[in-house]
Design a protein around this ligand. Sequence first.
Ligand code: PLP
Length: 373
Amino acid sequence: MPNSSYLDYNATAPVRPAVVEAMRAVLEQAGNPSSVHRFGREARRALESARAAVAMLVGVAPDQVVFMSGGTEANNQALRSARGPVVVSAIEHVSVLAAAPDAVAIPADAEGRIELPALERELARVAPEMVSVMLANNETGVIQPVRDVVEVAQRHGARVHCDAVQAGGKLAIDMTALGVDFLTLSAHKFGGPQGVGALVVRDGLEPDAFLRGGTQERRWRPGTENLPGIVGFGRACELALADSDWRERTGGLRDRLEAQIAALAPAARVFGRGAARLANTSCLTMPGVSNQTQLIAFDLAGIAVSTGSACSSGKVGPSHVLAAMGVDPREAASAVRVSLGWASTAEDVDRFVDAWGRLYARTRRPATDARPA
Ligand code: PLP
């Protein structure tokens, strides 16, 4: 859209043009990957080549990748395979929290990282079968110490699931080096289509699917595969790996945005600034201005941003992530999330900063300045 800026990549990223092309080719050609005729064999080839691309993104063997309908399904599948108690971080996405409603939740520190001493204590107390900790938080972008979590969990005999939906395509991921048993990915957060993702499974784990049906995806996920989506997912992975300076470019834009906001309002707070963060994410407050007011003003200015909570639920409410970090609810209510990505430009950042500055100045103006119309 002309004169508009899309700065909500953590909700969903625009699909890369080369992904659209790859998907179009599949949509124009019949073929079920389970059919034995040549159309089926061609579809199977496309499926397996996408699987190899996804595997390459996270450094595993292709047969560890199980295609699913997205991050929500993969998180549910991973957590439902736990037969005993589960421990999660309190800042997980709702698809993890809701899939394990009885889980013990570990709080975060003031920078938005899971509290490792609290995790250690709860593991000793609960002796869980599974621990679930995300790689990067969707609201703050804060990167979690997953390798340390694995080390602690293994000492207590627990498996680890890692929701890497926000990290996929944005951070270099080596699942084997991380040491997790399950890893969740979703295509639409980094230039692939919506409605497709993967649960990546440690080598040697046996399927325990909650869907019943055919033998697709080694029985982990029965049902005819979403081939156009999967091919788009694979292409997005290839592009993410090829575009290696993405992080530097986006990080530069994000830092410029934060520096300009700090110059306009030194009291504006950026959550998780003291921690390692995704290069594309900034969760920041406009002191004294509610995020509802901000979202409306930005929308009128043609700018798409969100509150963290709106990202997952479609409605606006208090952020459980900021609450888990101990942020005062009034301050949390003035936070919006800006998230950039592959097509973001300096003009997008400048448009946002300009709209931010105008709204902030307007709300600062003393009431006596207001002139009757
Ligand atoms: N996990 C995280 C951290 C997310 O940010 C999201 C989406 O917002 C999901 C899981 C759910 O992924 P999907 O939209 O593919 O179901």
